[in-house]
Design a protein around this ligand. Structure first.
Ligand code: ADP
Ligand code: MG
Length: 256
């Protein structure tokens, strides 16, 4: 297995508060990992720390991407290396059309200057998979988008940028079942053998559509339990409290 992401004993603080308390995680090329856990346990913090969001301070440990220590790189450099984060709460960018936004990101990531016409061809092909129609392109990024539309535009961005590691923070939140299926199909379709994916989710329902190779449970800033896809089903039945009990106080990173 070729390692894409390796996180070693990662401790992260926001302000004075330690949120991540020693995360170890390795993601191989083409693998899908699900990160699950109760609300407020540090799932988004982990995503932000990998992306390098300001204010998320690494106090111990490090993050390796394709063997390179990226712990001190600014976010745009991490993006250029091939890391992409789809936000739990995508931000609105008033006055900038989705098409312009995507074309600008595409050009800046690839050092290219693709024409509007060329780019539209690329876009329309991907939009078909996500069941998005033309009027989307002229709307301002995420302004007055429904929950499902926001998630679709994040997946579209991922499809355009072709990162080697995509982190999707709760791509299922706020979606009805049809939108969920479309978003899941879109992620699967865009993935390809070279792209590794980390799906962060509180609920296992999206994992019915996208089968993860591995599932990890974060509780109180640590991965308490990891397993294969069957672990998601156990969690559905038994809940997160079971993980604490099963693992005991001392447990850390046990694999079942
Ligand atoms: P999750 O994504 O698992 O729901 P988060 O990573 O968002 O959890 O948050 C973990 C903990 O860190 C929570 O207690 C939250 O209140 C705190 N936290 C996260 N981001 C910030 C921030 N920017 N400022 C203060 N506290 C934060
Ligand atoms: Mg979160």
């Amino acid at each position: 297995m070729k390692s894409i992401l390796k996180i070693e004993d990662l401790h992260v603080s926001v302000g004075e508060k330690e949120i991540l308390k020693g995360i170890n995680l390795e993601v191989g090329e083409g693998e899908i990992h699900a990160i699950m856990g109760p609300n407020g346990t540090g799932k988004s913090t982990l995503a932000y720390a990998v992306m390098g969001r300001p204010g998320y301070k690494i106090t111990r440990g490090r993050i390796l991407f394709k063997g390179e220590d990226i712990s001190n790189l600014p976010p745009f450099k991490r993006a250029r290396l091939g890391i992409f984060l789809a936000f739990q709460y995508p931000e609105e960018i008033d006055g900038v059309s989705l098409e312009n936004f995507l074309r600008t990101s595409y050009n800046s990531m690839n050092g290219s200057d693709v024409s509007i016409i060329q780019f539209r061809k690329i876009l329309l092909e991907k939009m078909k998979v996500l069941e998005m129609d033309m009027p989307f392109l002229t709307r301002y990024v995420n302004v007055d988008f429904s929950g499902g539309e926001k998630k679709k535009s994040e997946v579209l961005q991922m499809a355009i940028l072709k990162p080697s590691l995509s982190i999707l923070d709760e791509p299922d939140s706020g979606l009805d079942i049809d939108a969920l299926k479309t978003v899941a199909d879109g992620i699967k379709e865009m993935k390809g053998p070279q792209m590794s994916v980390i799906i962060i989710t509180h609920y296992q329902r999206i994992l019915h559509y996208i089968e993860p190779d591995f599932v990890h449970v974060i509780i109180d800033g640590k991965i308490l339990l990891s397993g294969k896809k069957e672990l998601a089903k156990d969690l559905e039945e038994k809940g997160y409290e079971w993980v604490r009990e099963f693992n005991g106080r001392e447990g850390n990173g046990r694999f079942i």
